[in-house]
Design a protein around this ligand. Sequence first.
Ligand SMILES: C[S@@+](CC[C@H](N)C(=O)[O-])C[C@H]1O[C@@H](n2cnc3c(N)ncnc32)[C@H](O)[C@@H]1O
Length: 357
Amino acid sequence: MIDIEDRLTFDERSTVDYILAMRKRWADTLYPALAEEYRADGAPAQTVEEAGERFRNLNLYSWFSHLERVQQKMLWKTAGDAVISRRDDLIDQLGEVRAPKGKLVLNSEVELPDWYTDFDIHIQPGGFFSDDLSAYVYEFGARIVMLRDNDGYKFHQLFTQTALPDLPDAARVVDIGCGFGKSTRPLANRYPKAEVIGIDFAAPGLRLAHAEAEAEGVAITYLQGDGRTTGLPDGSCDVVTGTMVLHEMPAQAVKETIQEAARLLRPGGALRFLEFQPTGDPFRDATIFEHAERNNEPFFHDLFASDLLEFCREAGLTDASWSPFDERNEGVRPEGWGDRREWHFPWAALAANKPEN
Ligand SMILES: C[S@@+](CC[C@H](N)C(=O)[O-])C[C@H]1O[C@@H](n2cnc3c(N)ncnc32)[C@H](O)[C@@H]1O
């Protein structure tokens, strides 16, 4: 497979490095300075709303908010231009899969809801679903968004290793909202005997996921579909999982996805999702809400305001819990996120189980 980063011109490389450096300094220098200014400004706020009002009046706020939005836009422009100028090579390789070990099943009849198509998620022009090349743009952009810390899909590997149960005989595992497959491929290593299925709305993502899995010789079935109505049989899955998908849906759709996962699980099966949760620090949580707004992620608020543990219980699942997740080193970390100066996502793993009977 072509890795577009191996083909960048000197100018393109310089622009990517510039955006990455700006993003890192925003997270590890500007954010701590804003936090310091906030602390010096008076007693800590008691609510997220109060913290938001307070920090919007700080001197560094306009730099903080402006840079957050601008570097995201620069990122998509750079990634988009780099991908589009290599269009033919990239499209060609999607069609080059020979003698596949896995499967790709696209379905143009799948209805994309308005809440999915109405927003350019992450401000990526056209979103993730609307153009044959959008998955390449997203794949390239996501490396920078994660500050290159998720290269080799380290966060996804950690999630798979530390949040998912040991089930050596698992026969079927489903990844809802699999995107271009970075969450799905680690599942095939974790559950070598299982049929691994990735489901997503977006055909461009699935095409890239399929081509990359085949290039690595990993057998995965990719299905175009809605995670709320997968069409798979009742009780047919050992694990239903997903990473960074629930915060992109309105609350009702999250509830329906959890109900669908509960329906798919066999008795004793496991639901596990990697998501985000409020930290309880009003200042920090207010910056997360603002991040979501500036990044066109309109349903982040729904995730934080909804009780997903209750959704799990209502769906008949037991032992529902959230655990903090350290994406850099440890993965699931029940004792808490720990102290970190820099801005970072409040990763958390949602777990629930289907009772044995
Ligand atoms: C932020 S991406 C995460 C992709 C992948 N899991 C990862 O960690 O890189 C969210 C994905 O969920 C998909 N998605 C959102 N809602 C969905 C739904 N109801 N059914 C299927 N896919 C959905 C989007 O198309 C997108 O590919």
